[in-house]
Design a protein around this ligand. Structure first.
Ligand code: ADP
Length: 358
């Protein structure tokens, strides 16, 4: 197996080939020139060892056969010594050459297989990263785009009415603008991510982010007959966070909650969003739904990338939420709700605490 980090002459193929040729000649001359009691041919194992990694398996086998041939020729040409001892020495040398070639070729094959497996793993890791990145872009942009299409259809319906309802149509167009801006902000953030820009940190009030995300989701909530309860603590301290990323987290949680309630009767569909201070120096918000709930076996997988139970799902939403929250020094957790449904809770360090640590 070639090892590019080795810098000695052994790593240089031409020098190694020259050394092999010189050794072949030297050993042959020595073995033929000395009497039969001296097993000079045993040094051919050095030639075989040098050839492993330089020649292919076939090349090593051919070289070993050539060494055996030279051993026999030397035995025939050596003029002096006891023939019995010479025969035994030749047999030992031939066995040593054969065993060395066999073990060397086997080891080289095993190293080649290990190298191949390693490069396969590296290739796979790269593909997975690329796949995850592409999926995350698709996921984040798809949400506002779907909302744009819904609002555009609604606005066409308002305009088609006789007389046209211009006020409602204008409101739909306002939503289109807000969603389009959201999509372009997501793309701008992803571009920043690709350039490894650090996420923007600004002083934000989580209640405001919740209010914005809920406004964006209000139409979907209405369309699905979901009642909404907001329970926002007035005294939550600010957090240092990337506003767009926090909107993404909330947007994902709200969307998941809406989808989880599709299977329950309309009368039982309810969403609650709460914000509160958690212990000292932490701010938390929770999204509670009355949907299908979280069986114990699901909880272990929720935040895994590409894990989904939805036919058209991508399984990236919660994985992205978790990486965003953790990059802010926060924590996200999910639990079944006692009355049925699920609770997703995010807690973040309040601004003062982050200052103290910095
Ligand atoms: P996706 O929505 O594309 O499936 P997510 O990572 O957002 O990807 O969610 C992964 C899975 O977690 C979902 O397929 C669903 O099974 C489960 N899940 C997420 N949110 C909820 C929820 N509020 N209630 C029940 N199950 C949920």
């Amino acid at each position: 197996m070639k090892n590019p980090s080795r810098s000695s002459w052994v790593a240089r193929p031409r020098m190694r080939a020259a050394a092999i040729a010189a050794l072949l000649v030297g050993i042959f001359v020595f073995d033929t020139g000395t009497n039969l009691e001296i097993a000079g041919a045993v040094f051919y194992v050095v030639v075989i060892l040098l050839a492993i990694g330089l020649l292919s398996t076939r090349g090593v086998v051919a070289l070993a056969a050539f060494c055996v041939l030279l051993t026999l020729v030397s035995f025939a040409l050596t003029p002096s010594g006891a023939r019995g001892a010479g025969l035994a020495n030749s047999a030992i040398s031939i066995a040593a050459i054969g065993i060395t070639a066999y073990l060397g070729v086997k080891r080289a094959a095993a190293e080649a297989a290990a190298y191949e497996a390693r490069s396969q793993l590296v290739r796979m890791a790269r593909m997975t990263n690329l796949g995850a990145f592409t999926a995350s872009i698709a996921h984040e942009v798809n949400q506002p785009l779907a909302a744009v299409v819904t609002s555009a259809n609604a606005s066409l319906r308002w305009l088609d009415q006789d007389p046209p309802n211009l006020d409602r149509a204008r409101r739909s167009v306002d939503r289109i603008i807000a969603d389009a801006n959201r999509a372009s902000a997501v793309i701008a953030r992803l571009r920043g991510l690709a350039r490894r820009e650090p996420p923007r940190r600004e002083r934000i009030n989580l209640n405001e982010v919740i209010a914005e995300a809920v406004t964006l989701a209000r139409q979907e909530l209405g369309r699905n007959g979901i009642s909404l309860q907001l329970d926002l603590a007035t005294d939550v301290p600010p957090v240092l966070a990337d506003r767009i990323q926090m909107q993404q987290v909330l947007g994902n949680l709200l969307l998941n909650a809406i989808e989880a309630m599709e299977a329950v009767p309309v009368a039982r569909r309810g969403l609650e969003v709460r914000s509160f201070q958690e212990g000292s120096g932490r701010v938390a918000f929770a999204v509670e739904d009355s949907g299908v709930g979280l069986p114990a076996e699901m909880q272990a997988h929720l935040f895994e990338a590409f894990w989904t139970t939805k036919p058209g799902g991508m399984g990236m939403g919660l994985a992205i939420c978790q990486s965003i929250v953790e990059s802010h020094g926060g924590h996200i957790a999910a639990a079944p709700r006692l009355r049925g449904g699920a609770v997703f809770q995010v807690s973040l360090p309040a601004e003062e605490v982050r200052h103290e640590r910095a």
